[in-house]
Design a protein around this ligand. Structure first.
Ligand code: SAH
Length: 254
């Protein structure tokens, strides 16, 4: 009897020292990470289906396969604050600090869809924020140039782009009102903060035949997501798409 107990104790002590008891067998971390990735992918699938491709009746469904594939591929949870991981795939914008937000998934998909991008294009984004919209565009076009006015957000987004290998996204910290002259003209321009008027430098930096998607309207007024088109002859036309609510366009020095 006593021998049996001693044997059991010895076994327990021996096993206690083994890695399996301490919780680390080879591949455990990778396995857990894979499982977590699969969980997030499942959430992205649900996001794309219920909010974007087959949304409630009051929304226009987005059908472009490339846009849907990009929305499915980009890990949105890596663009939100760590505290908001569980909300990353919800049907709403989320705060990213400095009074700014990462846009609602549907709005990102809709703006991307409206731009009708093609793989050889060069796109300017004004308002990098988290970098999520730039990451979505990254797989759909040749180069993305993105400008952010808040230094801390720009630095964070830049590090994130490098870490996640979005190598065709180029970022500048500056007032996006002036666009990015060195790389103009752009085939497409997307502005993700609401301006009271379309900044004239952006109109100039849009290539003839190009399109711009921009929320237009004051901070406390109705803003309209607006499509701006420049004809080959340089004529500008604007079309209101739908009422939206974006954070305001900031001007340097304000
Ligand atoms: N596209 C972003 C959404 C960002 S919210 C995303 O996917 O996360 C709007 C962003 O525009 C904010 O980060 C804000 O700082 C930035 N912004 C506002 N005015 C700007 C300006 N004049 N130039 C550049 N960025 C500006």
């Amino acid at each position: 009897m006593a021998k049996g107990i001693i044997f059991l104790l010895a076994c327990a002590l021996m096993f206690q020292g083994m890695p399996i008891i301490k919780g680390g067998y080879p591949g455990a971390k990778a396995w857990a990470e894979e499982k977590e990735e699969a969980r997030y992918l499942e959430r992205r699938r649900a996001m794309v289906r219920t909010q974007i491709s087959d949304p409630p009746g009051y929304r226009k469904p987005i059908r472009d396969e490339n846009v849907l594939a990009a929305m499915l591929a980009v890990p949105r949870h890596l663009f939100v604050k760590p505290n908001d991981l569980s909300k990353a795939y919800g049907d709403f914008p989320l705060p990213i600090g400095h009074g700014q937000t990462i846009s609602q998934p549907y709005v990102v998909a809709l703006m991307t869809d409206l731009l009708e991008v093609t793989p050889e294009q060069r796109v300017l984004e004004v308002g990098t924020g988290s970098g999520y919209q730039a990451a979505i565009l990254s797989s759909l076009v040749k180069e993305v140039y993105t400008v952010e006015i808040i230094r801390a957000l720009g630095q964070q987004a830049s590090a994130r782009m490098r870490r996640l290998d979005y190598n065709n996204v180029h970022l500048k910290i500056a007032d996006g009102y002036y666009g990015w002259q060195e790389h103009a003209p752009f085939d497409r321009i997307i502005v993700t903060a609401a301006a009271t008027l379309v900044p004239p430098p952006l109109l100039r930096q849009l290539r003839p035949g190009g399109k711009m998607c921009i929320p237009v309207g004051g901070q406390y007024r109705v803003q309209h997501l607006t499509m701006v088109e420049k004809s080959e002859a340089g004529r500008i036309t604007m079309k209101k798409i739908l009422p939206v609510r974006f954070v305001p366009f900031i001007r340097a020095g304000e």
